[in-house]
Write a new protein. Structure first.
Length: 219
């Protein structure tokens, strides 16, 4: 009896569609644990046959969707600080490729996540010394101004604004008052008080745009 049950269970599992794979960091090819992986049905004439599924990659970056109903699906992974990755993409801006699942299909694949871009530099005083505790913001280089990210300079005056999409940005330090009563005005990088003096800085995939230094204007 146990043998019969085991054979039947194997037969059922063998007829179910399965998708499995691993989530990797693109730059290093290391697995990324705890990444959210989704399997979303693609609407078809007459209604989608499948249902949306999601799971988390385990510590080795692996994920499995078993017993998937037949249909067309989009397979994608998402994690903070990375661009979403979908099956069939070469770049984050590419279209995803639908996965066709049948009763007997097996797809083994990898999803490679690319880091979002970042802007980094220093906030420098009149003598070129980095200053700590200065708020810095990044805005997409278009009007109206829309905040895209922010950070604060560390003990060496260095800041890093991460999690940015591919685009061009203006960077501005906030107004700041010092203990001696002196003040700094809001200043666009590299040293402009007016928007027309701001330089646009390009942000790319998997890249830090460096040396975006700011020399704030005295108030």
């Amino acid at each position: 009896m146990r043998i019969v049950i085991a054979v039947l269970a194997f037969a059922v599992s063998a007829q179910a569609g399965t998708i499995k794979g691993v989530v990797l960091e693109h730059a290093s090819s290391r697995p990324i644990a705890r990444t959210l992986v989704r399997l979303d049905p693609v609407p078809q004439p007459g209604g989608a046959r499948g249902r949306a599924l999601q799971t988390r990659a385990v510590h080795a970056g692996q994920f499995v969707f078993a017993d998937v109903s037949p249909g067309l699906y989009l397979l994608q992974a998402a994690r903070d600080g990375f661009f979403p990755a979908a099956y069939g993409q070469r770049l984050p801006t590419d279209w995803a490729m639908p996965v066709e699942v049948t009763d007997t299909s097996l797809l083994v694949t990898s999803l490679r996540l690319r880091h979002k871009g970042a802007l980094t530099g220093q906030v420098l005083d009149e003598n070129g010394v980095g200053m700590a505790g200065i708020a810095v913001a990044a805005y997409r280089a278009r009007l109206p101004l829309r905040l895209a990210g922010k950070a604060e300079s560390d003990d060496r005056g260095t800041y890093r604004i991460a999690g940015l999409d591919v685009d061009k940005y203006w960077v501005r330090s906030a107004a700041h008052a010092f203990d001696d009563g002196s003040e700094w005005l809001p200043t666009f990088a590299p040293r402009g008080g007016e928007l027309r003096e701001a330089l646009p800085y390009s942000v790319l995939v998997d890249t830090d745009t460096r040396d975006v230094d700011i020399e704030p204007e005295p108030g």
